[in-house]
Design a protein. Structure first.
Length: 359
């Protein structure tokens, strides 16, 4: 059996936020927008205007903080009288995951409007739920991927460049993780083997980063929007999701699960963790020295982390390393590898990465 999933409709380009109402009108008549409080002043007026032009009454719920059970319940309470038939999440990954959970509660359709490209959450059918200590405690699944993913590249490009670099870090691993799943005979999140289409998406995701990543970052630093920027955002937002849902996750994301277990890593981003995790995976795969050097050169060009010090973990203590490794061992993604991995395997691979992947 083969299962493939993807968003129903993907809209990307500068200024497309102004057509949000038209797109939402395809999905329902009682829209609820869960808006990231941090961008309220910047985008609320445009969102309201686009819905008014489409003839839609709009209710707003403002999200601020962590994606916890309590925060989700509070958002649902704000919309109890509306009973929305479509929920639109606008903001970063946390706001989108909170909005996904609200859509699950109301059994409503879901539309995603990311304002940064730091993860592949916008197009995914899963929502990560945390506790007050910022530990992931649950993953809730929507019945399908978002009905709409609308990406205004002008908005995304105006965010701090670190977020897009993190998005590259989250996406750059997908080709290697999908292949690791295939080599291990492991299943995807759908419970089936990787699809050829998923593997193709993972390959193209990496190719677009290679071809356009550095040029896109340079263009954004100059305040320019061009095809390099469009290609990179498509890779980090759409293709990255299609890759992991239909190809699978492996060691890179397992390490990304372990790093946040160390309290000192707070402030570093998920995509930065994944990028570091990919280097650990490549070390475990015993890749040729020339390939490792090429990857380190690419990381330097894209501004991705290659040492724990870049993840707030300078001079990591033995107890902290134990936390990182135990968190990694507890990730289901670690089982999608060609051989079982033990703590000493991870310790040796991390030591190799910290030494510059010296063979």
């Amino acid at each position: 059996m083969l299962i493939f999933s993807s968003p129903s409709r993907y809209v990307q380009g500068p200024g497309v936020l102004d057509r949000l109402g038209v797109e939402v009108a395809r999905l329902g008549v009682r829209p609820l927008v869960v808006l990231d409080a941090g961008i309220r002043a910047l985008l609320q007026g445009r969102i309201e205007a686009s819905h008014a032009e489409a003839g839609l009454a709009l209710q707003l719920a403002h999200f601020s903080g962590e994606v916890t059970g309590a925060s989700i319940e509070a958002l649902c309470a704000q919309a109890a009288d509306l009973t929305p038939d479509v929920v639109i999440g606008v903001g970063g990954g946390k706001a989108l995951d909170a909005a996904k959970a609200v859509s699950i509660h109301f059994k409503a359709r879901f539309a995603s409007v990311p304002t940064i490209a730091s993860t592949d959450a916008p197009a995914s059918f899963s929502a990560a739920i945390y506790n007050d200590a910022h530990e992931m405690v649950e993953v809730r699944m929507m019945p399908r991927n978002p009905e709409l993913v609308l990406v205004d590249t002008a908005v995304v490009a105006s965010a701090p460049l670190r977020f897009l670099r993190a998005g590259i870090g989250d996406a750059i691993s997908k080709k290697f993780e999908a292949q690791a799943c295939v080599d291990a005979g492991a299943n995807t999140l759908h419970g089936t083997r990787a699809s050829r289409t998923g593997l193709m998406a993972a390959e193209m995701c990496f190719t677009l980063i290679l071809r356009h990543g550095a040029a896109a970052l340079s263009a954004i630093e100059k305040g320019e929007l061009n095809d390099d920027v469009e290609a990179l955002i498509e890779a980090t937002t759409l293709l990255s999701t299609m890759s992991f849902e239909n190809g699978g996750l492996s060691v890179s994301h397992a390490v990304a699960r372990g790093i946040p277990m160390v309290p000192r890593a707070a402030g570093s981003l998920h995509g930065e963790h994944v990028a570091y995790g990919l280097l650990v995976q490549l070390a475990l795969e015993q890749r040729p020295a020339a390939e490792l050097r090429d990857m380190l050169d690419l990381y330097a060009t894209l501004g991705l982390p290659t040492r724990l010090v870049e993840l707030q973990l300078a001079n990591i203590l033995p107890a902290e390393m134990a936390q990182l490794i135990q968190g990694t061992l507890g990730s289901p993604s670690l089982q999608r590898f060609v051989r079982p991995l033990k703590a000493e395997d991870l310790q040796a691979a991390i030591a190799q990465v910290e030494a510059g992947l010296v063979i």
